[in-house]
Ligand binder design. Structure first.
Ligand code: ZN
Length: 321
């Protein structure tokens, strides 16, 4: 069975290593790339070399979603090979104009999202600096090198047809690839051993972000309905017990949502006060991810009609109903 070869890259800024997946035949193709940091570049070269290949041999690079640890090296691969860079229609803008997209996201966080969470100014600056640092780990890919795939496309990899699935939640443009005959699933950051954070994104219109965690739960339903033998995730080891993993994550989300509601009832009425309760004494990068999770739990509670919001003095306050 033509199976993807996992190349683990350090992804040092985000602590957790990231996976790229290599198909060697019928032509060398790579799913995701790691960041453009030196450590990821040399790890990719070493991974390719272990399979008798170099970057210049790559014919296609397929990007699952436009987060820097998944597409950061696409530009340098394009510069050092004749590879086509395949990206979904929803992630295309991020690849062709990476600095401008980052600038817009950072401005959204700075001017709208972070102030309304109640986060103190010094911590806001830490978050914005972290984002600015991440922005430097990916470059734009020249337009003429990009092939766009639609959200219901079929991609050929390893001589097999893989179905593209749109699975929003972690990112609104997240895609996964499913191979029905061999029951293989490239899950990217949609399905990991632990729940991925629902990243708050700048909305296409208006200021209110699109709720990520409710969409993630819908995507879990979709993945659960597939018949899968092996999951190749974007981070960590491949696994087969995906229905167990999904059940565990649903249960955990449900418990954390209930805990969040209990804290709101106790008077923790801003996102930042909830992060302090639910992610106490954790390093700032974990608290940043914790902020996204808290926003996710609040989005679920708002959708359930259990919590209402009111903006007071530029900060969103949550109230149990
Ligand atoms: Zn991601």
């Amino acid at each position: 069975m033509p199976a993807p070869i996992r190349l683990q890259l350090p992804n040092e800024r985000q602590v957790a290593p990231v996976n790229a997946y290599l198909f060697t035949k019928p032509e060398p193709a790579l799913v995701d790339t790691g960041t453009n940091a030196a450590a990821d570049r040399s790890a990719l070269q070493a991974g390719l070399a272990a399979n008798g290949l170099s970057v210049s041999d790559l014919k296609r690079v397929i990007i699952t979603h436009a987060h820097v640890d998944h597409f950061g090296q696409a530009a340098s691969i394009a510069a050092n090979s004749s590879a086509e860079i395949w990206v979904s229609e929803l992630a295309y803008e991020w690849l062709v104009d990476t600095p401008a997209m980052w600038q817009k996201r950072i401005a959204y966080y700075q001017n709208y999202f972070l102030p309304r969470t109640g986060l103190p100014q010094t911590m806001r600056e830490t978050v914005l600096n972290f984002m600015a640092g991440s922005a430097k780990t990916a470059e734009s890919v020249p337009r003429q090198r990009i092939k766009i795939y639609s959200m219901d496309a079929t991609l050929e990899m390893g001589g097999l047809d893989w179905q593209v699935l749109h699975t929003p939640g972690h990112a609104s443009h997240q895609t996964c690839y499913y191979q029905p005959e061999t029951r293989q699933f490239l899950s990217s950051d949609m399905l990991l051993a632990v729940t991925p954070t629902p990243v708050v994104e700048r909305p296409p219109t208006g200021n209110r972000h699109i709720p990520g965690l409710p969409r993630f739960l819908d995507s879990l339903d979709l993945v659960e309905s597939l018949d899968i033998d092996i999951v190749y995730p974007g981070h960590g080891q491949p696994f087969s017990n995906y229905r167990e993993v999904i059940a565990r994550q649903r249960k955990r989300i449900c418990q954390r949502k209930a805990a969040c509601l209990a804290y709101v009832r106790q008077g923790c009425d801003t996102a930042v006060s909830l992060v302090q309760k639910m992610y106490a004494d954790r390093p700032v990068t974990i608290q940043f991810a914790g902020l996204w999770m808290v926003i996710g739990y609040l989005d679920l509670l708002i959708a359930d009609g259990r919590v209402s919001t009111q903006e007071i003095g530029g900060v969103i306050h949550y109230r149990a109903r």
